[in-house]
Design a protein around this ligand. Structure first.
Ligand code: SF4
Ligand code: SF4
Length: 451
């Protein structure tokens, strides 16, 4: 294949940052699985550089290495040269889509998934109801007959709630201000969260309100576009980024300043913090995306200092069984550098019960839609994590990303494990509501004594 401009197929300038030290190799889940240099970060960068220099053609083997990568960004955390592998891989995947010898069906499925399903609330609602019908009719047990390997885990998926329980959040939730000042935050309920984990959305939003923030969830904003960017649809990601920026720009605090945008999904947060990467520096959207990105904060970062100031938020012994462990979502620890805050929150909520998970910064194999696209690889990446969980003795695993939550729930059910998997927001909400009822009880008691 002769290409007019091979350098445009990869981020050639960024590929030159790699100094070939190899320190990233053991951090990479696909290298650990195969031991193959070509399936390592250094190997992939080397391939990209070779494509840019026209020494290698962007053939199917190259495409396979791009797709085998989980985009977990663990390699970035350990790289002494500061190579930013994530944006490089996103741009390589997008360019590869333009030369991929792909079939008609694949293009139609991609277009339906990225352009119709993910950005459309009605389409997502229908999809959620379809999945629920499949579960209610028991068709998930035989899905593998039609979907092959990809359908095997359908039976282990968490149960989809009826539509009445998959309520969207109101546009505004008022702050429950008791003594302090009211704040304002923007909140993204996301594309799949309202279908799979509506209770987690409510827990996060209610926690923010209980901690004194007026929570604004702009209507019509559905998907942040991170799945698009990770999977080679940068134009789709740009389209959604513009909507996102327009939807959140009007949200201001009482002081007229742009309000923080609190994200409880690590994958979405990582993408939104780097939204400017989607636009060239001379594009007017670049400046708006930069201002938007500066407002984005993870739920754990927003909540940790507020909880640190409280002495009344602790879960009672019976709320959770046994030791509790935290699994770092890759896009929280590697892409956003957030590691301490979730641990601080757990130390406050369940003091003396937290146990560390060995290799908690290793990828769980969820990686957006990776577990759907490459189920066997995803399971192979998950298995050492499951074994580490077993060794930890934890009875509850806490995380903060819907993809990870789904991967853990599905994988543990497949393995017959009864360890519970929860989002950190669920624990925060329970502790805050316990603190509230404790205070209400005390006030009632004092009122009785006064009477
Ligand atoms: S992003 Fe993850 S899977 Fe991809 S090369 Fe880096 S460490 Fe390996
Ligand atoms: S650690 Fe960084 S510089 Fe070293 S080989 Fe890996 S990507 Fe290249």
């Amino acid at each position: 294949m002769t290409l007019p401009d091979a350098k445009s197929l990869v981020d050639y300038a960024k590929s030159l940052d790699c100094i070939h030290c190899g320190l990233c190799l053991q951090s990479c889940p696909t290298f650990r699985l195969t031991g193959a240099e070509s399936s390592s970060p250094r190997g992939r960068i080397h391939l990209m550089r070779a494509i840019g220099e026209e020494r290698v053609e962007p053939n199917a083997a190259y495409g396979e290495e791009l797709e085998f990568c989980l985009l977990c960004r663990h390699c970035e955390s350990v790289c002494p040269a500061g190579v930013r592998f994530g944006p490089m891989m996103e741009s390589a995947r997008a360019s590869y889509e333009s030369v991929r010898p792909s079939g008609f069906l694949r293009r139609q499925l991609r277009s339906f998934g990225f352009r119709r399903l993910l950005p459309g609330r009605i389409a997502l609602r229908l999809f959620g109801s379809f999945l629920r019908a499949v579960q209610v009719l028991g068709l998930d047990r035989i899905a593998f007959l039609v979907l092959g390997e990809r359908g095997r885990d359908l039976v282990h998926l968490p149960r989809i709630a009826p539509l009445s329980a998959r309520r969207l959040l109101p546009e505004t939730i008022e702050a429950k201000v008791e003594n302090g000042q009211e704040a304002a935050v923007g909140f993204l309920e996301g594309c799949v969260m309202p279908e799979l984990f509506p209770h987690v959305n409510r827990a996060a939003a209610n926690s923010l309100a209980a901690l004194g923030a007026r929570v604004h969830t702009p209507r019509g904003i559905v998907c942040c576009g991170s799945l698009h960017a990770h999977n080679g649809d940068l134009e789709g990601a740009r389209m959604l980024a513009r909507k996102l920026i327009e939807g959140f720009e009007p949200i201001k605090g009482g002081d007229g300043e742009a309000a923080p945008i609190v994200i409880h999904s690590a994958g979405c947060g990582a993408h939104m913090r780097e939204l400017f990467e989607l636009f060239e520096a001379d594009d007017p959207w670049h400046a708006r995306a930069t201002a938007f990105a500066a407002r984005v904060t993870d739920f754990t970062q927003y909540v940790a200092p507020l909880l640190a100031a409280r002495t009344d938020v602790e879960l009672d012994e019976g709320a959770l069984e046994g030791p509790v462990t935290w699994d770092d979502p890759c896009h929280l620890c590697h892409a956003q550098g957030v590691r301490e805050e979730p641990r601080d929150i757990l130390a406050r909520l369940v003091p003396n019960r937290r146990v560390e998970l060995e290799g908690s910064e290793n990828c769980c194999g969820s990686a957006g839609i990776y577990s759907l696209l490459r189920p066997a690889d995803s399971r192979a990446v998950f298995e050492p994590k499951r074994a580490a969980l077993e060794r930890s003795g934890a009875r509850t695993l806490v995380t903060a990303n819907p993809g990870c939550q789904l991967q853990w729930q599905t994988g543990l059910r497949r393995a017959g494990s009864s360890v519970r998997v929860l989002h950190l927001a669920e624990l925060v909400e329970r502790a805050l509501s316990r603190a509230r009822s404790g205070r209400a009880g005390q006030q009632g008691h004092s009122a009785q004594q006064d009477a």
